[in-house]
Design a binder for this molecule. Structure first.
Ligand code: CP
Length: 313
C-alpha cells in the first residue's frame, strides 16, 4: 500500500509485503543508529504528533513517544483523562476533532473497541491504534514479528505457543492473524476454557490460511517443543466478574523448572506488563527476550511513523 497518510487500526490493514517493508525499515533504522541507539534521525522536525492514552500504558506510550522524539517530531497529549476536558463530559469525537486541529497524526489507546477506527473516520488524519479494548494492538504485533525475526531468523515454519488470556488479550488477537500470513506456522493456543481465543477469529484465520491451530488447556508437549512461548497476562480489567479473575489469575506460571523441559533454544516472549505469569527467576535466562522485545518497539514504531509521514530513508 501507499503508506503516506494512512491509519493503522488493525493488523488487517497491512498485507504481508507491507509488514515486511516496515520490518526492513526498522532494521535499517537500527543500523543507522547503531553507533548510538539513543540518537535521533531528525527527519520530522516540522511535525506534531498527539499521544492520547485514555487507558494505562507504559511501553506503548513511552516507546511511541521515544520514536516520535527520535524522528525529531514533537509530542503533545495526555496519559489518563485527569486534567483533560473529558472530565467535563467532552465526547471522544469532540476531543479528537480538537486534537486534529493541532497535530499531524494521532497515536491513541482507548478502552472501547472500535474507538481508534472511529477517530480516524471523524478526523481524517492518520491514527495509530495503540490498543482498543480487547480488540487490536497492531503495532505490538509488528514489534513481536520483528522480535521473532531477530531471534529466529524467520517467521515461517515456526511452532508458536500462546499461553494465558487469549480471550481478552488484544496482542494475541493481532499476532495470531499476522502469523497466518506466513507459511507453515504451527500455532498452539493454551488457555483455560473460559479464556479461549474468540471462535470468530480462529474461524477467520483457518478459512483464510489453513494455518494449523491446536487448542488446549495444558502446557503440553506441544508447548514445550515450541520455538516460541508467547505468554500473556490475565487481563483483570476486562473481567465482568472479579471472582472469575481471582479463580483464573494463576492458571499458568512459566518458570525455570518448566523451561528445563522445553527445547534449549525456545524463546519466551511477553508483551508485558507481567504480573505473576512469568517467574522473575526466568529473567536472567537467555531464553527470556521480553525486555528486549519491549525495546524493539522504538525502531519498529519509528519505521512505521516515518512511512506514514511519507519520509524516505
Ligand atoms: N505491551 C503493551 O501494550 O504494554 P503497555 O500496556 O505498558 O503499553
Amino acid at each position: 500500500m501507499t503508506f503516506k497518510g494512512q491509519s493503522i487500526i488493525s493488523i488487517r490493514d497491512l498485507s504481508k509485503p507491507d509488514i515486511l517493508l516496515i520490518l526492513e525499515r526498522a532494521k535499517k533504522i537500527e543500523q543507522m543508529l547503531s553507533d548510538n541507539p539513543k540518537s535521533t534521525l531528525d527527519i520530522a522536525k516540522d511535525k506534531v504528533i498527539a499521544s492520547l492514552f485514555f487507558e494505562p500504558s507504559t511501553r506503548t506510550r513511552l516507546s511511541f513517544e521515544t520514536a516520535i522524539n527520535r524522528l525529531g517530531a514533537k509530542v503533545i497529549g495526555f496519559s489518563g483523562t485527569e486534567g483533560t476536558s473529558v472530565k467535563k463530559g467532552e465526547t471522544l469525537k469532540d476531543t479528537a476533532l480538537t486534537v486534529a486541529q493541532y497535530a499531524d497524526m494521532i497515536v491513541m489507546r482507548h478502552p472501547l473497541e472500535g474507538s481508534a477506527r472511529y477517530v480516524s473516520e471523524v478526523t481524517g488524519i492518520p491514527v495509530l491504534n495503540g490498543g482498543d479494548g480487547a480488540n487490536q494492538h497492531p503495532t505490538q504485533t509488528l514489534l513481536d514479528l520483528y522480535t521473532i525475526i531477530k531471534n529466529k531468523g524467520a517467521i515461517s515454519g515456526l511452532t508458536i505457543t500462546m499461553v494465558g488470556d487469549l480471550k481478552y488479550g488484544r496482542t494475541v488477537h493481532s499476532l495470531a492473524y499476522a502469523l497466518s500470513l506466513f507459511d507453515n506456522i504451527n500455532l498452539v493456543l493454551v488457555s483455560p476454557d473460559e479464556l479461549k481465543m474468540p471462535a470468530y477469529l480462529i474461524d477467520e484465520i483457518k478459512e483464510k490460511s489453513g494455518m494449523k491451530i491446536t487448542e488446549t488447556s495444558e502446557i503440553s508437549d506441544a508447548a514445550l517443543n515450541s520455538d516460541i512461548i508467547y505468554v500473556t497476562r490475565i487481563q483483570k480489567e476486562r473481567f465482568p466478574d472479579p471472582a472469575e479473575y481471582h479463580r483464573l489469575k494463576n492458571a499458568y506460571i512459566i518458570d525455570k523448572g518448566l523451561m528445563s523441559m522445553a527445547k534449549k533454544d525456545t524463546i519466551v516472549m511477553h508483551p508485558l506488563p507481567r504480573v505473576d505469569e512469568i517467574s522473575t527467576d526466568m529473567d536472567s535466562m537467555d531464553n527470556a527476550v521480553y525486555f528486549n522485545q519491549a525495546g524493539l518497539g522504538v525502531p519498529v514504531r519509528m519505521a512505521l511513523i516515518s512511512l506514514l509521514l511519507g519520509y524516505n530513508l
